[in-house]
Design a protein. Structure first.
Length: 131
């Protein structure tokens, strides 16, 4: 039986209405694919505190969370991911990629130009349809 991993992802929008996209490094699982930054929810941790902690660890900045945006479960070859995307904004710091190969800011209408990790695609499509 495959293990289900609960993961939170940040939908971070800047003042120019661009969304932060992160490229998974070659060393990560699902390498060289784009995703929204975030990570695993720890035992006894709520999704909002998990996201604030993960963004601090991965991007060296502090976010304020708003709304649950998308909740998607995707089955990969070796595990199942429950990916919960949450809208948030940066309140302190500038994102620096500690784990990812690179970070870019993209307009909604250009999000589909990237090769996204399969679990992130429903959130990407929802963002494109939003405006």
């Amino acid at each position: 039986m495959k293990k289900t991993v609960k993961v939170v992802a940040a939908i971070i929008e800047n003042d120019n209405n661009e969304i932060l996209c992160a490229l998974r490094s070659p060393e990560m699982s699902i390498p060289n694919m784009w995703e929204f930054p975030g990570g695993k929810v720890e035992k006894d941790e709520d999704i909002y505190s998990a996201l604030v902690r993960e963004i601090k660890e991965e991007l060296n900045c502090t976010v304020e969370t708003f709304d649950l945006f998308n909740d998607n479960t995707h089955e990969y070859d070796s595990f199942i991911i429950n990916l919960i995307s949450i809208k948030c904004r940066i309140v302190d710091g500038t994102p620096i990629p500690n784990e990812h190969s690179t970070l870019i800011w993209l307009k909604r209408e250009n999000l589909d130009s990237l090769k996204w990790a399969p679990a992130d695609i429903p959130a990407v499509e929802q963002l494109i349809d939003e405006k």
